[in-house]
Ligand binder design. Structure first.
Ligand code: D5M
Ligand code: ZN
Ligand code: FE
Length: 516
C-alpha cells in the first residue's frame, strides 16, 4: 500500500514536469512510512509552481523543510517559515512540440506474432532449414554474378577442372595446415570445398569470416570426387541503394535494454530521457530535437526479468516480473501521448526465448496498455515510419557473431550487424547462444533491405551506414553488470541515438548527467 502511494507520488512528480534528486527520493521513501507521500508531493509541486523560476529537480532540503512544517500540529505551529527555494538548474521555456501537430504515419510491414506455430519436432527442423535455404538462395539468385550457379548434384557430374558456381549452406568448417575445408549442402546433395593455402588472401579472409549455417554462392574449380576448389565466395548481401526518407523533419528516438528491475537500471538517466521528451530537460538544441520526436522505438529487454542468468536474484532490485512491467508502464505513461511508442521483446522479456519471439504476452504487457497506447510487436519485425523502413531486432545473435568473426567484438556491434545484412539472415549460426524455433517459414531471413536496421542487446551505442542502410545499436539503460565486467564488456548506458527520418542523420543525446 505504502509502495503504491510512493509510486503514485513519483508519477505525479514526473507528470508535473519535475524530477526527484536521488537523495530526495530516499527521503520521500522514509517519510512515506508515516505520512502520505502523494499529499506531500502535491504540496511540494503546488509551492514549486508559484516560483518564478521553476527548477527541474526537487531537492531533499526542500522536501525536508515542507515535511517538517506539515507535520507540526496547528497548536504548535510557528509562524510560517520561509521555505528555502529549490536550487535552480535552468530557466523554463515554452515547449511547443513540432511532433504534436503532425499525424503519425506508421505501418507494420512484417510481424511474426500470430504466425508462430512450432512444436519443435525433427521434421519441423528439416522444414525450417529447407525454407531458410530456399529463401536465401532466391535472394542470392537476384544477383547478376550468381545467375549461372547450378545445383550441387549437377556440379558433381561436371568434368574435373571445369569452373562451376554452387549455392549451399555451410554445415562444417575445419582449418588444418592453413587449408580450410568446408562442407556444404543444398536440398539434394553435399560437397566438400577446399580453400587452398595458396589461395588469394582475400578469399582466405572471406572463408574465415563465413558463418556456419550461412547460405552462400561459391565460385569453384571442380576437383576429384566430391571436392571443389574455392576461387571466390559471394554472399547474398544487400544492394547499394538510396534509402527512403520522410518528407518532413520527424524524428525517432531509438532505444533498447532498459532492464527495469535490475539494480543497475539507470533510473535517473531514464527519468531525464522522459523529462527531455516533455521538453523539461536539456539545453535549447536538445530540446529542439525533442520537439521533433514522434516515435520512441524500444528494441527489447524492457525488464531484467527473473531467472534469466544464474544468481540473477542478487542483482535484482525488483524480484517480481509483473512489478517490473508495472514500473516500465509508469515510465511510458509519462511519455507525451502524441508520441507513438513501439516495443518488441528481448531475451530478458516475458515472451518465449526462441526466435522469432511473438509480441509480449498481454498477461505481462497489460500495465503498458493501461498506461498508454503502445504498438507491441514481435522480435524481429519490420515497420515503416513516414515511408522509412525499419528492421527491428533485439540482437541476441550479435553475441554469436562477435565470438566467431575475426575483427568483430561486443564493442563493434555495427560490424556484426553488417555481417547479418550481408548474410541476409538475423541469426545465421544455429546451436550457439541464439535459440531458434523451427517455424515453417524462416522469419529471420532479411527479405527486404531496410532503410534503418535497429538492434540492441550488446549495450553499446554504435551507428554506421552500409550500402544505404543506417545501422543503429541503441546501447542500454543498465550500467555494467558483474558478468559484463568479467567478460570485458563496457556498456554505454544513458546515451541514445535520435534519428531524423527526413535526413537519416543521427544525433546522440546524453542523459548520464544532470547537465547538458
Ligand atoms: O546482454 C547484454 C550483453 O551482455 C550481451 O552482449 C550478452 C552479455 N551478457 C550479459 N549477461 C550474460 C550472461 N550471463 N552470459 C552471457 N552473456 C551475457 P543482455 O541480454 O541484454 O543482458
Ligand atoms: Zn540487454
Ligand atoms: Fe539482451
Amino acid at each position: 500500500m505504502t509502495e503504491d502511494k510512493l509510486h503514485r507520488a513519483v508519477s505525479f512528480t514526473i507528470a508535473s514536469g519535475y524530477q526527484l534528486r536521488e537523495d530526495a527520493f530516499d527521503f520521500l521513501n522514509i517519510v512515506s512510512k508515516t505520512q502520505d507521500p502523494v499529499e506531500l508531493m502535491e504540496e511540494i509541486i503546488k509551492r514549486t509552481e508559484t516560483l518564478e523560476e521553476k527548477p527541474l529537480y526537487i531537492e531533499r532540503d526542500f522536501l525536508e523543510a515542507v515535511t517538517k512544517e506539515l507535520s507540526l500540529k496547528p497548536s504548535q505551529a510557528r509562524p510560517p517559515q520561509p521555505i528555502p527555494p529549490p536550487k535552480h538548474t535552468g530557466a523554463k521555456r515554452v515547449f511547443r512540440p513540432y511532433a504534436k501537430d503532425i499525424d503519425p504515419s506508421m505501418k507494420v510491414i512484417d510481424d511474426p506474432t500470430g504466425q508462430i506455430c512450432t512444436s519443435g519436432s525433427l521434421e519441423e527442423y528439416l522444414e525450417y532449414f529447407q525454407d531458410r535455404f530456399k529463401r536465401i538462395r532466391r535472394l542470392l539468385q537476384r544477383r547478376m554474378d550468381t545467375k549461372d550457379a547450378i545445383p550441387i548434384s549437377e556440379a558433381l557430374n561436371t568434368r574435373v577442372s571445369s569452373k562451376v558456381k554452387i549455392i549451399g549452406m555451410i554445415t562444417q568448417r575445419r582449418e588444418a595446415r592453413q587449408k580450410i575445408f568446408l562442407r556444404i549442402e543444398d536440398l539434394e546433395a553435399v560437397a566438400t570445398v577446399l580453400v587452398p593455402q595458396n589461395a588469394d588472401p582475400k578469399v582466405i579472409e572471406k572463408a574465415r569470416a563465413l558463418l556456419l549455417d550461412q547460405v552462400v554462392c561459391i565460385c569453384t574449380v571442380k576437383g576429384r570426387g566430391d571436392l571443389f576448389i574455392a576461387e571466390d565466395f559471394i554472399l547474398p548481401d544487400i544492394p547499394e541503394r538510396r534509402p527512403n526518407r520522410a518528407t518532413i523533419p520527424v524524428h525517432a528516438a531509438l532505444i533498447s535494454d532498459l532492464h527495469v528491475g535490475s539494480k543497475m537500471f539507470q533510473r535517473d538517466a531514464f527519468s531525464r530521457f522522459v523529462l527531455w521528451l516533455n521538453g523539461k530537460f536539456g539545453d535549447n538544441n536538445t530540446k529542439r530535437l525533442a520537439s521533433h520526436v514522434k516515435y520512441v522505438v524500444i528494441a527489447g529487454d524492457l525488464v531484467d526479468g527473473i531467472g534469466i542468468y544464474p544468481n540473477q536474484l542478487q542483482e535484482l532490485a525488483i524480484k517480481d516480473i509483473y512489478e517490473q512491467y508495472k514500473r516500465v508502464a509508469r515510465f511510458l505513461e509519462q511519455i507525451p501521448h502524441y508520441i507513438e511508442v513501439v516495443v518488441i521483446p528481448g531475451n530478458h522479456d516475458a515472451s518465449r526465448r526462441a526466435l522469432p519471439q511473438p509480441a509480449l504476452p498481454t498477461e505481462y504487457a497489460e500495465p503498458l496498455f493501461e498506461a498508454r497506447t503502445v504498438h507491441s510487436l514481435g522480435n524481429p519485425c519490420a515497420i515503416s515510419l513516414h515511408g522509412v523502413e525499419l528492421l527491428l531486432y533485439h540482437g541476441r545473435s550479435l553475441d554469436d557473431i562477435a565470438s566467431s568473426v575475426p575483427n568483430v567484438s561486443f564493442h563493434t556491434p555495427e560490424k556484426a550487424m553488417k555481417c547479418l545484412l550481408k548474410s541476409r539472415h538475423l541469426a545465421p549460426v544455429y546451436g550457439e547462444k541464439t535459440p531458434i524455433a523451427p517455424e515453417s517459414r524462416d522469419f529471420m531471413v532479411i527479405e527486404r533491405p531496410p532503410d534503418i536496421f535497429h538492434a540492441g542487446h550488446v549495450h553499446v551505442l554504435k551507428c554506421s551506414t552500409y550500402r544505404g542502410t543506417l545501422l543503429v545499436n541503441s546501447g542500454a539503460w543498465q550500467k555494467q553488470t558483474s558478468f559484463q565486467r568479467k567478460m570485458g564488456l563496457t556498456p554505454t548506458p544513458g546515451i541514445i541515438p535520435v534519428v531524423n527520418l527526413q535526413t537519416l542523420q543521427v544525433t546522440p543525446v546524453d542523459f548520464t548527467t544532470a547537465h547538458t
